[in-house]
Write a protein that binds this ligand. Structure first.
Ligand SMILES: [Zn+2]
Length: 294
């Protein structure tokens, strides 16, 4: 399928609040992780992006952002150690009205029209909004889901009670073999709508089951939504590792994404926590399908 005959008519982004993370977290450091987690006072502001895709069968979200209950419920994070590390790693700025529902309405969309939510990984700032879309199918990789059965997923900022919500319609994604030379290096793919417009690819490293989504959109350059694989596309392009994650897996995934970009030079790589996504998607040049190298 080419971009011209893609069924997808629009790609939008909003942020459910904003936050700050340590510079060492975003850009990497030689310092031991526990040192910067406990002592760094070097904060960088980040958005918490949710991407909205207009498909003829309904809206597809990539990630679901924060749940505003994190503001109002002091025990949103169940464990005391989880709350302590949460405060050391993230400073969240979220208003009570910054719900997924209201943010979608701000773009002129109805939350009832959300058909599927693809979750790049199960961290709390990517699944919070699922509380607002109980009718939607929730897609996550099987590898990522397996983390829920580990002894302490909350130590890795995966909170079972906010993922395994009653009635939540989770679907576990297994990747199918593909001979497509564009996608084969990833070792498998999954076609979300069965029309080639939205393709999931395994890109482990930030978490063991992290996935990216290739979106082919009418009138635009193709886009790869990478979740937290890297915090800025430039960092991925030059193998600059963040302060967290599995280094070997990250480097392997970075190489595969760069290989995809070599084959699709106009590909735009959009991370979850980068203001560049808003800049790119609001740019009129980009709307005309021009090359924007981010
Ligand atoms: Zn994450």
């Amino acid at each position: 399928m080419t971009e011209e005959d893609s069924l997808i008519r629009g790609l939008h982004v909003f942020s459910t609040g904003t936050g700050s993370i340590h510079a060492e977290h975003r850009y990497g450091t030689r310092l031991p992780r526990m040192w910067w987690v406990l002592f760094s006072d070097n904060w960088v502001e980040v958005p918490i992006n949710v991407f909205v895709i207009e498909h003829p069968e309904g809206l597809i979200l990539f990630d679901a952002g924060l749940d505003t209950a994190i503001l109002t419920n002091p025990n949103y994070v169940d464990s005391a150690i989880g709350r302590f590390f949460m405060r050391r790693l993230f400073r969240l700025r979220l208003q009570p009205d910054e719900t997924l529902t209201n943010k979608l309405a701000g773009l002129g969309f109805d939350v009832a029209d959300v058909r599927k939510v693809v979750v790049s990984h199960l961290h709390f700032d990517h699944v919070g909004g699922i509380a607002k879309v109980p009718h939607a199918d929730l897609l996550v990789s099987r590898n990522e889901w397996d983390q829920l059965s580990g002894p302490h997923p909350e130590r890795d900022f995966i909170f079972r009670e906010h993922v395994q919500r009653p009635g939540a319609r989770w679907q576990l994604v297994d990747f199918e073999h593909t001979d497509d030379p564009l996608l084969a290096p990833f070792g498998g793919c999954h076609d979300v709508m069965n029309d080639g417009s939205l393709i999931l690819l395994p890109t482990p490293g930030h978490t063991p089951g992290s996935i990216s989504m290739l979106a082919r959109i009418k009138g635009r350059a193709p886009v790869l939504l990478i979740g937290d694989l890297a915090y800025e596309a430039e960092l991925l392009m030059k193998d600059q590792l963040p302060g967290t994650g599995d280094k070997a897996q990250l480097l392997s995934s970075y190489a595969k994404v760069r290989g995809l970009k070599q084959r699709l030079p106009e590909l735009v790589i959009l991370p979850c926590h980068d203001f560049a996504a808003q800049e790119y998607l609001s740019s009129s040049l980009a709307g005309q399908g021009a090359q924007v190298d981010r």
